[in-house]
Design a protein around this ligand. Structure first.
Ligand code: TRP
Length: 445
């Protein structure tokens, strides 16, 4: 029998959820969420983020699951099989390209976390002054050859997991690594919360200042929820294809979103009290993790061990996300070009290595890929997916798929209304705002 990507299903519901949650939980939760939250007023942003996750992101996630499982094909073939010969099949191709673009910079950042894990283990960051810590990050990010080495280590690790196949590879790594990740975050959280002055950080996270909610922060929250849940480019469509018909898709989607949120929230709870305790501005931007945390680790008891644990868990989280993106590309080569899993993995890893090298050597390209994928490709992809489902699949087929496990989908009417009207309109607004702000026009003053 021909080896296809989709004849290899997750064996249990826990396995399917663990794998999808492994995709969702990554640098987006632990590195991006706390700093975006810090820049947008803390608790108020948190509330907007929760609302946008429930009303926009979860419906898109569920729709991706529905399309993936309905066709039992990964993203590249799913749209084509439902609407053959129509332009909709471009969604799959856009998804594969988007996976390439995200992986190109994502593996570089994942490589940095691997580097910081090793630096923590060897004590290279211990006892450094604030300036020296800043310099340590600059010396890494400005040294493309070093970035390249760490990036290659990341690519080889994720290719190894993917080449072992869906069940043995992805599910295994998610089932072992995810609970470990959660455990490590809780340990670091407890230490962080017991620092002097930590309470201020907790207050920042939990007592909202509603005047901080602006149209811009609402858009940031929406974008963050897209990136964090891995939606808008077919990662979750591919995972949907691997979920068995016996499982309740709605509860899978809610569980994944819940796990993703809890880890993002715990990450903020781990970083904010530390930042406040050490007098670091929570809105200091994307450098927060790499430049700020080593200062804090130096100032606390068991700092070196905590630092090692923290960067290790960040690397683990990045790796499971990286694996999910790689799986999209590998599944494409397997289904569209009849490659074996091994050959598809090797070819994909080499191509990503080439794109990643360009990102390691060019900061401009790195920034461009980062912005283009999150701000342009994901909203566009999600818009197509959300229009595709009611128009091509139709209401009845969507309902049948959601009830295929034999139960009733009680919230179907509400879900369908969100998919048909609320989500597409919201996405168009996000997208329009992005383009206008690039052109220097502010949609909202
Ligand atoms: N969600 C992951 C994170 O939070 C990153 C990721 C994996 C992703 N697959 C994706 C983002 C697909 C967008 C689309 O780090």
């Amino acid at each position: 029998m021909k080896e296809t990507a989709s004849n290899d299903l997750f064996s249990t519901k826990v396995g399917a959820i663990a794998a999808a949650a492994g995709s969702a939980v990554g640098l987006g939760n632990i590195w991006r969420f706390p700093y975006v939250l810090g820049e947008n007023g803390g608790a108020a942003f948190l509330i907007v983020y929760i609302i946008s996750t429930i009303l926009i992101a979860i419906p898109v996630l569920l729709t991706e699951f529905v399309i993936g499982r309905k066709t039992n094909l990964p993203v590249s073939g799913a749209y084509n099989s439902l609407a053959p010969g129509k332009w909709w099949n471009q969604i799959g191709i856009i998804g594969v390209l988007c996976a390439f673009i995200i992986l190109s910079f994502y593996n570089v950042v994942a490589g940095w976390t691997m580097c910081y894990t090793v630096r923590s283990a060897t004590g290279a960051l211990q006892g450094l002054s604030e300036d020296a810590i800043q310099q340590a990050f600059v010396s890494l990010s400005e040294n493309p050859w070093e970035c390249l080495i760490w990036m290659v280590v990341t690519i080889v690790a994720s290719a190894f997991i993917v080449s072992r196949g869906v069940k043995r590879g992805i599910e295994w790594s998610s089932r072992i690594l995810m609970p470990l990740l959660l455990l490590l975050i809780i340990v670091v959280c407890v230490r962080s919360l017991t620092l002097d002055g930590a309470l201020q950080g907790v207050k920042f996270l939990l007592s909202p200042d509603f005047s901080k909610i602006t149209p811009q922060s609402i858009f940031e929250a929406l974008g963050q929820s897209f990136f964090s849940l891995s939606i808008g480019m077919g990662t979750m469509t591919t995972y949907g294809a691997y979920i068995s018909k016996k499982q309740n898709l709605t509860s899978c989607a809610f569980s994944v979103a819940f796990v993703d949120f809890v880890i993002a929230f715990l990450a903020a709870l781990m970083i904010m009290p530390c930042a406040f305790a050490c007098g670091i501005n929570p809105g200091s931007g994307p450098g927060l993790v790499f430049v700020t945390l080593p200062n804090i680790f130096n100032a606390i008891m068991f700092g070196q061990a905590i630092s090692f644990v923290f960067f290790l868990l960040l690397f683990i989280a990045a790796l499971t996300s990286s694996v999910s993106l790689l799986e999209v590309i590998v599944a494409y080569f397997m289904n569209e070009h009849s490659f074996s899993r091994r050959k598809a993995t090797v070819v994909s890893a080499i191509l990503i290595g080439i794109f990643g090298t360009l990102c390691a050597f060019s900061k401009t390209l790195f920034g461009l890929f980062d912005n283009f994928s999150a701000n342009v490709m994901l909203p566009l992809g999600a818009l197509f997916i959300i229009l595709f489902a009611p128009l091509i699949l139709g209401r009845r087929a969507m309902r049948n798929e959601l009830e295929a496990h034999g139960g009733k989908c009680k919230l179907f009417g509400f879900y369908y209304a969100l998919v048909r009207y609320v989500v597409p309109i919201a996405i168009v607004i996000i997208f329009a705002n992005c383009i206008l702000s690039w052109m220097g026009v502010k949609m909202f003053a």
